[in-house]
Design a protein around this ligand. Structure first.
Ligand SMILES: Nc1ncnc2c1ncn2[C@@H]1O[C@H](COP(=O)(O)OP(=O)(O)O)[C@@H](O)[C@H]1O
Ligand SMILES: [Mg+2]
Length: 395
């Protein structure tokens, strides 16, 4: 048998080396493949400086396939070449690339930026870093579509804002003639010859009042939507706001002989008094509207952990499960809602106001049994001095 002149141990080592080499080659191929399949463009470059050490150009050392695709520059035409030679327009760009990349390569500090390039008419998001002094690598992607979409979005948002502001102005103008209509109609009311005429005039007056009410609601909603309504937050006893809101609702409750049950507590929160009063009035209005005569409406205030809860509960027609989820959509009304009149503005308005109070609103309801609207807002504990000050607000 021919004896190997190599010691067996060495041969094994050699074989191992061969295998390792093969593996290395494979893994290098794998990485090269990955490198070329990267969706982001990659370029590795060397910065060129002048005698004073100021960056004046750079040279392409390696680029991947995505780079070729995104920039339109071909690898074979640019490797080992100067940027100013292959991108003739580089000096005409609004952004000084050489200076930016030069500072990355010299200081070693990475940079991220989004920039428009006149040559390609595209927006890029660029990340530049320096793996070795005097060199820099860039990883970037084409974000033109995203930038264009953002531009269109902000332009249409601006247009919508303008439309809403115009609408606020027009709606305000629409309201103006109603003041003399209501005023003069009231003046001649007592001079009507027949009771029939008096009845017609009363209808005119009621319609004018309804129209003014509707316009006011639309105006408030538009103002809440555009955010031009200022909130005036102060600490108040929630129960005293409720009592205040209820004063104006007595006649409507009496007409339907609805019994109101109050379970109030002295709990405080930072609120905009008038807006919160509007919220309560709207909830009571709904409870009355969707209750039959002789029913009970319950209004309750309590607290749990750091929240104050307000609930308005009726024993009225209730809301089906499928309608519950759409309740807070602008102008949404159920069939029952359309029958009983309204505009579908109230709950949307409430939602805006409660959001501004960092609160929440939820609804529990069952068709035919009744509904409960529950609001929660952050509670405010009173300090000793505040306690004295607020004692007069107790209900
Ligand atoms: N207490 C309630 N009981 C039953 N349905 C209600 C109640 N509150 C609101 N809804 C339903 O929600 C819809 C929207 O209410 P809302 O936004 O207040 O409208 P509107 O301004 O017409 O009163 C109503 O049309 C009705 O279908
Ligand atoms: Mg309502």
């Amino acid at each position: 048998m021919k004896k190997s002149f190599l010691k067996p141990g060495f041969l094994d080592l050699y074989k191992d080396l061969e295998i390792t080499n093969e593996k290395l080659k494979k893994s290098e191929e794998k990485y090269r493949d990955l490198f070329n399949k990267m969706l982001n463009a990659f370029a590795y470059n060397k910065i060129i400086t002048n005698k004073e050490g100021k960056p004046v150009d750079y040279e392409f050392i390696e680029v991947n396939a995505a780079f070729e695709k995104i920039t339109g520059l071909k690898k074979r035409n640019i490797l080992r070449k100067l940027a100013t030679k292959v991108i003739k327009s580089i000096k005409n760009e609004p952004y000084d690339l050489i200076e930016t990349y030069g500072s990355v390569a010299i200081t070693g500090k990475e940079k991220r930026f989004e920039q428009y390039f006149k040559r390609t008419k595209k927006w890029y998001s660029v990340y530049a870093y320096s793996p070795k002094k005097g060199y820099f690598a860039t990883i970037f992607e084409d974000i033109t579509q995203r930038r264009n979409a953002e531009k269109i979005k902000s332009e249409s948002e601006k247009k919508l804002e303008d439309v809403k502001n115009n609408l606020i102005m027009i709606t305000h103008e629409l309201k103006q003639p109603l003041t003399p209509i209501i005023g003069y109609a009231g003046l001649i009311k007592n001079h009507m010859k027949t009771s029939e005429d008096a009845d017609y005039l009363q209808r005119i007056i009621s319609s004018a009042f309804n129209m003014r009410d509707l316009i006011n609601r639309i105006l408030t909603l538009l103002k809440l939507e555009t955010g031009i309504l200022n909130y005036n937050f102060k600490i108040y006893n929630i129960s005293s706001v409720i009592n205040d809101a209820l004063i104006s609702k007595k006649p409507a409750l009496d007409i339907k002989r609805i019994k109101l049950v109050k379970k109030l507590k002295n709990l405080y929160a930072s609120i905009d008094y008038d807006r919160m009063k509007d919220v309560i009035i709207n909830l009571i209005d709904n409870a009355i509207k969707f209750s039959e005569s002789d029913k009970i409406i319950e209004i309750k205030v309590w607290s749990e952990t750091n929240l104050v809860y307000i609930s308005v509960k009726d024993n009225g027609v209730g809301i089906s499960e499928e309608n519950l989820s759409r309740l807070f959509t602008k102008f949404y009304q159920t069939e029952e809602g359309k029958k009983r009149g309204g505009t579908g503005i109230g709950l949307k308005m409430i939602k805006y106001i409660i959001d501004a109070h960092k609160g929440r609103i939820k609804v529990l309801s069952e068709l035919g049994k009744g509904s409960e609207f529950i609001i929660s807002i952050p509670k405010r504990e009173l300090s000793k001095t505040e306690n004295k000050e607020f004692i007069k607000q107790e209900v």
